[in-house]
Design a protein around this ligand. Sequence first.
Ligand code: DON
Length: 304
Amino acid sequence: MINFQETLDEIYADLSSITTRGTVATYIPELACVNGDKFGIHLIDANGMSYSVGDADEAFSIQSISKVLSLTLAFSIRGDKLWQRVGVEPSGDPFNHLSLLEMENGIPRNPLINAGAIVIADVLVSQLKKPKEDFLSYIQKITNDETIDYDPKVAKSEKDTGFRNYAAANLLKSYGNIENDVETVLDFYFHQCSLRMSCKQLANVFYMFMNRGKCLMNNEYLNINHVKRINALMLSCGFYDEAGEFAFEVGLPGKSGVGGGIVALLPNKFCVATWSPGLNAKGNSLLGMKALEQLTTKTGLSIF
Ligand code: DON
């Protein structure tokens, strides 16, 4: 039997002395204020047992990790109609690139790059009565945790500097792939990215992707076929132009954010979240990737 706590302790002891931890994101100025020394891991297994090390209870900006959650809500409302407006192929490009979008007539490659997530934000703005409130309460319900909230400072900071996202949204609008006002859609998108959650809260919300669509309280949010598709998208598109490397080194579906968080899961076995704010050149947490590589190598547990 694998002792997850012992494994996490070993990984933490090995990695916490590393000083080369990449660079904290600065293109959203508010994210630059975060202490780059933070490092935490939280793992929850299929029986609901939890294991933690380091700063696993401290909330941080989940950024692009939120794209999986907005996609999940939109997919459960719209089903396969979603794929008329966004693709399911890896882009091989950084998360904020626009060149393919123009070449492919305003249909983003997948829902996990910025342009794709902006289309999903538009779907939710059309479908939800009070988009920001309804999305937040969806996350709070899945986790049974009302302390989860947006960070208005981060949302404002991103809005003030979000020139590429404005460019993407306007390009999408010019192709007819945004129904609502660009301002309204981006306001929702910036808020979803500003969600603050700890490793523990992230592992708890992503538990449903490991547990055939059922959350920790055993309520079903997705059917098994929808879970299959979201996990496939995380594996092929969750790390942008480093998705191949993540599959190669770690071997799990997962998603990263420029706040330094990564969440990954092995269906029916465990869900794990890491946080270390320093990013590698591709915008993924440097220490987080190392920690997850060690986790799947030490335990021999991966989808492969
Ligand atoms: O739109 C942006 O650029 C950010 N709100 C999210 C980017 C992000 O987290 C990319 N992930 N690694």
